[in-house]
Design a protein around this ligand. Structure first.
Ligand code: SF4
Length: 147
């Protein structure tokens, strides 16, 4: 069983109320081989919600208490992002998932590269908060670009 980002499965859970549908991920869910989760919703964020990016740091820094996640309106989003990551880990453990396919570039789900915190589309090396927490707990993380 796999964990997948819900927005890749066509669920309208993105900050703007839309999805990032990937047909391969959708197929995995429809065959019962993957569980769709949205860490930001699981952390208590509403949908739609103001965009957020990790600022001048990475998901690893956020988990370690030194990083910042800012919404475009200036609010601190770190508590919700950390809670959501913990809930995704709970679900992965409950269902015995050893692998996840998560949405690239996202401050929660991104793996390898994430937006840099300037809301300009620029990327920096690093993982989103959920991707980082799953990796720290032995779960392999891929993005939709790897499948
Ligand atoms: S938190 Fe992850 S699953 Fe939820 S909308 Fe963002 S990228 Fe998609």
């Amino acid at each position: 069983m796999l964990i997948v980002s819900a927005c890749l499965a066509g669920i309208n859970c993105k900050y703007n109320g839309g999805s990032s549908t990937n047909l391969k991920v959708r197929e995995l869910v429809s065959r019962g081989e993957a569980i769709p989760v949205c860490p930001e919703q699981l952390g208590g964020c509403p949908t739609p919600r103001p965009a957020a990016e990790i600022f001048n740091s990475t998901g690893a820094d956020v988990l370690d208490g030194t990083g910042k996640i800012k919404r475009i309106n200036g609010e601190d989003a770190a508590p919700e992002f950390i809670k959501g990551a913990e809930e995704v880990l709970n679900i992965a453990r409950l269902a015995g998932c050893s692998k996840a396919i998560l949405k690239s570039k996202s401050p929660s789900c991104g793996c390898g590269n994430i937006y840099d915190g300037t809301f300009s589309g620029k990327l920096v090396p690093g993982n989103g908060v959920t991707a980082e927490l799953l990796l720290r707990n032995g779960i392999e993380v891929l993005t939709e670009n790897d499948i």
